[in-house]
Design a protein around this ligand. Structure first.
Ligand code: NAP
Length: 303
């Protein structure tokens, strides 16, 4: 695929990852981009074509993919509210699994590659951090739906890249609150927060994930890649670093245990993703938490 001629169709382009993929691919590559999402207009506008597309609509997906024949589809659309997935199971499955099947079916006849995103929630969190060969065992409905989405792709007869990531954070227009932004909001107002110290993983700034995705496409790689941040640490330790970077009062942060939150969906506790494969094969260079939090601070203060 020639870089100047390659065409990439992005679904869920108005979400946190979608916006970052659009802006980083625009800046760092010559791919021709087609942005799509459920809303009637693009949230980030660099002059690319925008098409309204609900990926749960099989016929619409087929028509838009067939009309535009991209080389690659990057699927940034998903039902990402883990607790809501536990209670709104039908909706969760329709978007996280059935819609992915729609993309697979639309991509197959044209030899289109699908880049898709998955999560550490496909694991039970008993013995993380996990590499790409670790055996999944999801403990939440969201995790089951994301694992099922991977399986739709594995068995779909298409070329694919699956990027597994976790605790995504970053800025964007109208993006849903993420862990780091929520902390900045609360602590910035001098409000106390209760943070779990028994949940481990590597938080990921969305820019890293978008850059890793671009490398995966440019280097024409296939298969599963863990694309997450560098530091595996507890949510509490991450919050302490955030306090240092943003100069917030650490005394506002109280340690609690995950079970005290009584969340509808169980969480993998001892989690995390090993990024060695992506570092070795893609030249992926994940930021450590201080670097990513400094970038977040810069992004928040420069907008
Ligand atoms: N966020 C995390 O911590 C995290 C962790 C691990 C993996 N991931 C994975 O990373 C990927 C991107 O997540 P994200 O945080 O960027 O999610 P996000 O901000 O929720 O973005 C998802 C986007 O998909 C759109 N969408 C919803 N229904 C749609 C439909 N039927 N057709 C087309 N678009 C639709 C959403 O629009 P509305 O906002 O209007 O609904 C939203 O703009 C997902 O696959 C997710 O599972 C995320």
């Amino acid at each position: 695929m020639s870089q100047t001629k390659g065409k990439i169709l992005i679904t869920g382009a108005n979400g946190l990852l979608g916006q970052s993929v659009v802006s980083i691919f625009t800046r760092e590559s010559d791919f021709h981009l087609i942005q799509t999402s459920v809303e009637d207009k693009a949230y980030v506008d660099f002059g690319h074509t925008y098409i309204q597309l609900d990926i749960t609509n099989k016929e619409e997906v087929k028509k838009i993919v067939t009309d535009n024949k991209p080389d690659v589809i990057v699927n940034c659309a998903a039902f990402t509210d883990v607790d809501k997935c536990e209670t709104e199971r039908e909706l969760c499955w329709r978007l996280n699994v059935d819609a992915v099947k729609n993309l697979v079916i639309a991509a197959r006849p044209h030899g289109i590659k699908l880049v898709h995103y998955s999560t550490d929630y496909i694991f039970d969190g008993k013995n993380g951090p996990y590499d790409e060969l670790a055996v999944p065992n999801p403990i939440s409905f969201y995790g089951r739906s994301k694992l099922a989405s991977e399986n739709e792709i594995f068995t779909g007869g298409i070329r694919f890249g699956i990027a597994r990531t976790m605790v995504l954070f970053g800025v964007g227009y109208k993006v849903k609150p993420n862990f780091a932004l929520w902390l900045v909001d609360k602590l910035g107002k001098n409000e106390a927060v209760n943070i779990v110290d028994d949940m481990y993983g590597n938080s990921t700034i969305v820019d890293d994930l978008a850059y890793g995705s671009l490398k995966l496409i440019e280097m024409e790689r296939e298969g599963i890649y863990n694309l997450s941040g560098r530091d595996v640490e507890s949510r509490y330790d991450f919050t302490m670093k955030l306090c240092e970077v943003f100069e917030f009062d650490k005394k506002l942060v109280k340690k609690i245990k995950t079970k005290d939150l009584n969340q509808p969906a169980p969480r993998p506790l001892n989690s995390g993703l090993i990024t060695l494969k992506a570092e070795t094969e893609l030249g992926y260079k994940p930021m450590d938490s201080y670097e990513s939090l400094n970038l977040l601070k810069y992004q928040l203060t420069s907008t």
